[in-house]
Design a protein around this ligand. Sequence first.
Ligand code: COA
Length: 445
Amino acid sequence: MTAVGIDAIEIWTGKLKLDLAETFAPEKGEDPEKYTKGLGLHASSFPDAHEDIVTMGANAAHRLMERKGLKPDDIGRIDVATESSFDNSKPVSTYIAGCLESVYDGDFHHANKGERKFACIAGTQSLDDAYNWIKAGRNRGRSALVVATDTALYARGDPGEATQGAGAVAMLITEEPSLVALSTEQGYGSADETDFLKPNQQFPSVDGKRSMQVYLARMREALEDYESVAGASHPDDFAYVPFHTPFPGMVRKAAVLAYRHMIRDTPIEEDLAEEIGFQPREEDYEDREAYKEAIREHMDALGSTAAYQEWYDAAIEPTLDISREVGNWYTGSVHIARAAALKRAAEDGRDLAGEVLGVGSYGSGAQAEVHAETVRDGWKEEIDQLNVDEQIDDRYDLSFAEYENVHDRHNHDKSVELEDFTIPESEFVFTGRGRMNERTYEYVE
Ligand code: COA
């Protein structure tokens, strides 16, 4: 069976940085450790004045096309996943294609373009669409370009302000990919929820605590649904488990839940029983509240065991390397978690080819999806090309007053002029608005 999956990946971070412990926490009168330890975040990325979801997506896609020696004719599909769109009709993919056409001979006139929306899970859904399109044999030998791009801004003063971020991930989906092949098996957990939404407004209405509960509930359902087709999963099955990462603290909660689920009725649970007892079973409790309390206590105990810590350090912690420096990228977030894990494996000199990743995506509203990915022979060469560390280091470090101006500059309801903090070079930039209020762009040499 032909393998289909991610052949290449490129990451573009917004070029500004807000240091959460040094700059944000003191202004809010909060302990910096709430951010570094509680949420697990050091900094958020923000777009410079000349950046937006189109420039970040186009710049990531351009770098990817240059590196892979691709021409527009090689791409038969461009899907953009975003929850920061500025137009209810014209998809961001047309803007990105327009940017790319300005620097290439040829065009994307015969490529199918769209925009995917389901909060943060839309990036993974776009991967699905590309996978299905190729598997259906409709691609005529061409590849699909998937771009997940977001500027995750919250209203100032909202608790979500601590978990902002901006950046794009471009992925090339092909047959016989170099990086990872996607499993046919996948599982969903999906329900009508009101945890985070933007009813025709730029900044989200968010019930943060509820969104965390919904994330965990839907993720568990997705894992169970995945297991119904792939068979029971075990912690040893996966080299890494990249989760959707709105902030690393959320993943810490998801990881212990997943571990508890995967070790149930295995020798690991038996070994741990001497130390922390067997997992509570609902049938042993008189009412649901008592059962839930017992589960909470058991999870706390499980999270402190050496067995769990060892698994977490190996399979989860490496997935957070990029996220903790850039914040929430919404649709791109699970894709930078995968990239971070593979990057860490390359740095550690691991031979990962043939090993499996368990990928857990989530979007508020709400839906989780779980699938597996098999690492391919060309993974290391591909990952070695990433320059995300340099991009992270090169960001301009904002003062709090500058951050407020940047937030206003990207507020669609405000019209704020702002000087660039960084000088654009070899990249697409936002130049203003045209006669029909469309956004305009150009490539700066
Ligand atoms: N040292 C160490 N940890 C600290 C701390 C300190 N000084 N102060 C607080 N913390 C911990 C808290 O205990 C909490 O951890 P816990 O959840 O494990 O208990 C964590 O830091 C966050 O603190 P909290 O007071 O809960 O933060 P908050 O009320 O400001 O809100 C969110 C946090 C995530 C709810 C908020 O940022 C939000 O709404 N984000 C957007 C929604 C989102 O991303 N949802 C995720 C699902 S997609």
